[in-house]
Design a protein around this ligand. Structure first.
Ligand SMILES: Cc1ncc(COP(=O)(O)O)c(C=O)c1O
Length: 413
């Protein structure tokens, strides 16, 4: 029997592929600090938990395929609090932001057509591109350049007759960048000029630090019908397991066609949809605390990385991730080594190798992504263990390789 090319060629989740090594380490009695996956540790709001517990119906029915109307209204009310004006009819509830990502690709592109992505990018887009037959065309942004978007003239070089869409994740997973309004303006200009769809993934909207202010691409009037907005309560309300997200658009054709996709899977989870209605309309009380906590953590991780000789990173502006270049030869080898061979007082750390956050082969080999999803005490410890691990790992790297790495890292600092 044969597994389809489409699926067999998908990559295993880069965030999960080293889990078996972590499990073996744990069996040996080693505590593993997980910095590899964006699973928030912050408690889900009590209001949501009690709404789930207090579900009293005798039957758990399907909901409308577009989502419960009260939830679509609550999402519109929430959007209004962040100055995004959408009607409930312009919002479709999806099973997590992930389903909205899949539907967006299906709506915007035929197999073989191209979507531009700024790499490093959220790796699940790679799997979804594989499933849908979409070609990802990467434009690289670099840690040494603060992950800034290249000039439009540079970006335009990647546009071909097959280009149909451009993806912007803002605030960004995995770089922690929050794009300034003028960058979004440039993207809007580009999209208008070349008639491109804009996929605006704004899942981390509230999680921004200091002076960063996330603007929404759907508010750019000139392209408003070209934008598909993806949103989710997974991170905003620490409700990843609830699997509630949405796809929003001011283009009635997008909504009408997406509804057919929604209908093909009948409905999203009923109890979880009901559970978020109350809090979603005005989540600020919860998200203010969330933002403060992630900000504190971002500083711990950033200063922890600065203590590692040769590490290169930029201060995160939002989300809860950071990409760092480390003075190592290969981050996949390093992650495995940390789990199999290293521990400090029976504790070790797991980070995500960054290679799979790139579409260009060979990029990201010496980079890792850290998700700061541990409390501040554990995070400080984890960063110390990571530093000790790197120093130990370097001892077994060939001398010449170490010297070359030192040279290249001092050049970028
Ligand atoms: C950038 C981005 N978009 C979308 C998602 C999807 O989240 P969910 O399906 O849990 O809503 C994630 C999850 O980590 C993400 O990082």
């Amino acid at each position: 029997m044969q597994i389809s090319k489409r699926v067999s060629e998908m990559i295993a989740s880069p965030l999960r592929k080293f889990i078996p090594y972590a499990e073996i380490a744990k069996k040996k009695g080693i505590k593993v600090y997980h910095l590899n996956i964006g699973q928030p540790d912050l408690p889900t709001p009590k209001k949501i938990l009690s709404a789930v517990k207090n579900f009293k119906e005798k039957v758990v029915p399907y909901t409308h395929s577009a989502g419960i109307i009260e939830l679509r209204q609550a999402w519109a009310d929430y959007f209004a609090t962040v100055k995004i004006h959408l009607k409930p009819a312009e919002i479709l509830i999806t099973t997590g932001g992930s389903e909205a990502m899949l539907y967006s690709l299906l709506l915007m592109l035929n197999p073989g057509e191209e979507m531009m992505v700024f790499e490093p990018f959220y790796s699940n887009y790679k799997s979804l591109a594989k499933i849908t037959g979409v070609q990802l065309v990467p434009v690289t942004v670099k840690v040494e350049e603060n992950f800034s978007l290249p000039k439009n003239s540079e970006i335009e070089k990647k546009i071909s007759p097959k280009t149909r869409a451009i993806l912007i994740v803002n605030p960004n997973n995995p770089t922690g960048t929050v794009y300034p309004k003028k960058d979004l303006q440039r993207i809007a200009l580009l999209a208008k000029k070349h008639g491109l769809w804009v996929l605006a993934d704004e899942t981390y909207r509230e999680i921004v630090f200091e002076n960063a202010r996330p603007a929404s691409l759907i508010n750019f009037k000139t392209i408003e019908k070209q934008v598909i907005l993806i949103d989710s309560v997974s991170k905003r309300l620490s409700f990843c397991g609830g699997r509630i997200g949405c796809l929003a658009s001011k283009n009635p054709e997008v909504i009408a066609n997406c509804l057919k996709l929604n209908q093909s899977r009948l409905a999203s989870p009923t109890i979880e949809q009901k559970a978020v209605i109350q809090l979603l309309s005005d989540p600020t009380k919860y998200t203010d605390g969330l933002k403060r906590e992630y900000h504190k953590r971002s500083e711990i991780v950033y200063s922890g990385l600065q203590k590692i000789p040769g590490a290169v990173c930029r201060k995160p502006q939002g989300a809860f991730y950071i990409i760092a270049r480390l003075p190592i030869d290969d981050s996949e080898k390093f992650v495995r080594w940390m789990l199999e061979r290293f521990s400090y007082r029976q504790e070790t750390v797991m980070v995500a190798p960054a290679k799979d956050f790139y579409a260009t082969p060979g990029k990201g080999t010496d980079e890792v992504r850290i998700a700061y999803v541990l409390n501040t005490t554990e995070l400080k410890k984890a960063m110390m263990i990571l530093r000790l691990g790197i120093l130990e790992y370097q001892k077994q790297m060939p001398k010449q390789m170490k010297a070359d790495l030192c040279k290249s890292f001092s050049a970028v600092k």
